[in-house]
Design a binder for this molecule. Structure first.
Ligand code: ADP
Ligand code: MG
Length: 446
């Protein structure tokens, strides 16, 4: 491809997409993207924020691949550059005493609203806690700590609180940050010698929403600043909401920090059940103006169960497909498209006990060392039995050898655990799903 063809490729992609998505979708998500550079190897796009980038890739990766140069793995070769906001100082005379937001100014995903969050038994409690703090910041639960697996809607709820606060408490100062961006703010303000200004900014907030606190682990220098900011806000009854992939006690953070995070309400989000997944599929597809029949919605929900983001990926794929082919969706077509989606799944990869332990530990929220240990604590014992069950199911090795990888257990312990779990999953639906989730995590390469 020649360079001008690459540029044309992008223009053609835009023309192609414009005809196929709603004008609101196009104006919000596609129009703000600017082509900065194109070469034979890749193109560079400027996007106003990370959400636009994710939106583009989540929805149109396959289609982009038809128009643009490709990377060796078949993905479209795009480099993203996030628009640098104009420096406030250069525009406004420094007369105002109001603190300006640091670089990471409030960026809320317009789609992450409470109204778009589908409730079910797995997330009802968390959603009502989030609504509670949004309605009465600093007076309901403080801090609110939300934890749960990837793609279950933690970030969505955090943004929903932000939207709600902007609408209902206009005078309050709200900031939403990822832990990474907080760290970057510290680094930047140390560099530009404006650390006091930054501290003042954070300590003057009314609501601080922090996404993915797990990234603060092993960042000792920053943890202290974080903890100080935290305490300053909590002491003034200013609302803090935190999300994490693990509960506070399992984060490798100082005792002081863990204690602060456990001070308020710790709420867990789990995998949505079948009905909720179907409702999510119906809702997501309707907002895209794409109608998925009930039967197909159930079919998708039965096949993708542990991550709502994956469900969205499936809907996007089906919607792109049906637009391109202008053909009604049948179960066979859906099955074909979805099985392509899971094509990366390794079926004859050699699986190790360590991989099983890692995945069990993540899903059951216990430590690997605890699984290998002797504790008879109910949750740990169950996680250990599930790991043993899966090891026997998935690893083709002698029982003795497998058992010894569990901190020197005997093969009769292993057999006993296997039998127990095999019986339990016949009658316990939620355990069955957890086991399936672990298995899928092991089989899906990351
Ligand atoms: P997490 O932060 O837990 O990894 P996200 O909040 O990023 O997950 O959610 C992943 C995607 O799934 C988002 O697009 C979000 O809108 C969607 N999602 C997750 N849970 C729900 C839900 N209950 N209702 C509607 N959409 C959901
Ligand atoms: Mg998230």
């Amino acid at each position: 491809m020649l360079e001008c063809e690459i540029k044309n490729g992008w223009i053609q992609f835009i023309e192609f997409i414009e005809k196929r998505c709603s004008s609101v979708e196009f104006e919000n998500w596609i129009a703000p993207i600017t082509l900065i550079e194109s070469s034979i190897e890749e193109i560079t796009l400027e996007v106003p924020n990370i959400f636009v980038q994710e939106y583009l890739l989540d929805n149109f990766k396959e289609i982009l691949a038809d128009f643009l140069p490709l990377k060796s793995n078949g993905d479209p070769a795009i480099r993203f550059q996030i628009t640098v906001p104009l420096k406030e100082e250069s525009l406004v005379a420094p007369t105002s005493l109001e603190e300006e937001a640091p670089a990471s100014h409030l960026k809320l995903n317009p789609l992450y609203l409470f109204d778009h969050f589908i409730e079910g038994p797995s997330n009802q409690f968390v959603k009502s806690a989030a609504l509670g703090v949004a309605a009465r910041p600093g007076r309901a639960y403080n801090p609110l700590f939300i934890h749960g697996g990837v793609g279950l809607g933690k970030t969505h709820l955090l943004h929903s609180i932000g939207h709600y606060a902007l609408e209902h408490h206009r005078k309050q100062k709200v900031q939403l940050i990822t832990t990474e961006s907080f760290i970057n703010d510290i680094v930047d303000s140390l560099r530009s010698k404006s650390i006091d200004k930054m501290k003042r900014f954070y300590r003057n907030l009314d609501i601080l929403l922090i996404d993915d606190i797990q990234f603060l682990q092993n960042r000792l220098n920053f943890e202290e600043e974080f903890c100080n900011t935290f305490e300053a806000l909590l002491n003034q009854n200013k609302q803090i909401v935190i999300t994490s992939d693990k509960p506070p006690s399992q984060l490798k953070l100082s005792e002081r920090m863990v204690a602060r995070m456990e001070w308020g309400l710790v709420a867990h989000m789990s995998v949505p059940d079948l009905e909720t997944r179907v409702a999510i599929i119906k809702h997501k597809s309707e907002t895209k103006g794409f109608n998925i029949p009930n039967q197909i919605a159930f079919f998708i929900a039965e096949h993708i169960y542990n991550n709502v983001r994956q469900i969205e990926g499936a809907i996007n794929r089906l919607s792109a497909h049906s637009r391109l082919m202008s053909m009604p969706l049948t179960e066979e077509i859906v099955e074909k498209i979805l099985s392509e989606m899971f094509q990366g799944k390794v079926s004859n990869k050699k699986i190790s006990v360590e991989e099983i332990l890692k995945s069990v530990a993540a899903v059951f929220e216990v430590r690997i060392a605890e699984i290998k240990g002797e504790s008879r604590h109910k949750e740990i014992a169950l996680a250990r039995q599930v790991a043993m069950y899966l090891a026997k199911e998935m690893i083709d090795d002698s029982l003795m050898k497998i058992a010894s990888s569990f901190g020197g257990k005997t093969h009769s312990t292993l057999l006993h655990a296997w039998k127990k779990v095999a019986d339990q999953i016949q009658i316990n639906e939620s355990l069955r799903r957890q086991v399936q989730m672990v298995q899928r995590n092991i089989e899906t390469p990351t």
